[in-house]
Design a protein around this ligand. Structure first.
Ligand SMILES: Cc1cc2nc3c(=O)[nH]c(=O)nc-3n(C[C@H](O)[C@H](O)[C@H](O)COP(=O)(O)O)c2cc1C
Length: 178
């Protein structure tokens, strides 16, 4: 039997009835093992003056770093805004650059969009940023989900589309294997 891995899941959307949230919840349903999330919406704007050897990081930053350090792998699920990464998510990653919790850590990047592009700009930018942070992007665990709207069920706030669930299952298996 494979040992369970601890997953940290980060969402790039703060919206209450978010399609990203539905994808993230479905991915966590499919994950066989412990998992946690971090409330990145409460993080202060990244400021190097609040960080480093001469400063104590803000509590929300310390909590994010603790959660990232405890995780065996990181799952990032995000929408795309203006062909880019949502500011909240980029801000969270900026807080993790110098502290190093992402170094060598297996990472899956999943983007979802109501459009046919599946958030491909944000997906590529996230991968580039995480690669620069020395994270280990697992290509077979990364997904761009197009036309997400009808693929989710508002009642369950989960993905309802079988093909997408299969893709999510495959992605999580790849992350687990990595
Ligand atoms: C300000 C703004 C910019 C957006 N830009 C893009 C974009 O560039 N590409 C895209 O695929 N979707 C874009 N969208 C649509 C979002 O993908 C859509 O609102 C999605 O539902 C947001 O994810 P969520 O449901 O998890 O909050 C944009 C939405 C907003 C509000």
């Amino acid at each position: 039997m494979r040992p369970a891995i601890r997953l940290l899941a980060l969402s790039g959307s703060l919206r209450e009835r978010s399609s990203t949230g539905a994808v993230l919840r479905s991915a966590l349903d499919l994950h066989d093992g412990p998992a946690g999330t971090a409330d990145i919406g409460t993080l202060p704007h990244f400021n190097p003056d609040l960080d480093g050897e001469s400063a104590t990081p803000p509590p929300a930053v310390a909590a994010l770093r603790t959660a990232a350090a405890a995780a065996d792998a990181i799952l990032i699920v995000s929408p795309e805004y203006a062909h880019g990464v949502p500011g909240t998510l980029k801000n969270a990653l900026d807080w993790l650059v110098s502290s190093g919790e992402c170094v060598d850590k297996p990472i899956a990047v999943i983007t979802a969009s109501p459009f046919p592009t599946g958030g491909s700009y944000a997906n590529a930018q996230l991968r580039e940023t995480l690669k620069t942070m020395s994270g280990r992007i697992i290509p077979s665990a990364c997904l761009e989900i197009p036309a997400i709207g009808p693929k989710t069920d508002p009642a369950t706030e989960r993905v309802s589309d079988e093909a997408t669930l299969t893709d999510l299952r495959t992605a999580l298996q790849a992350l687990h294997t990595a």
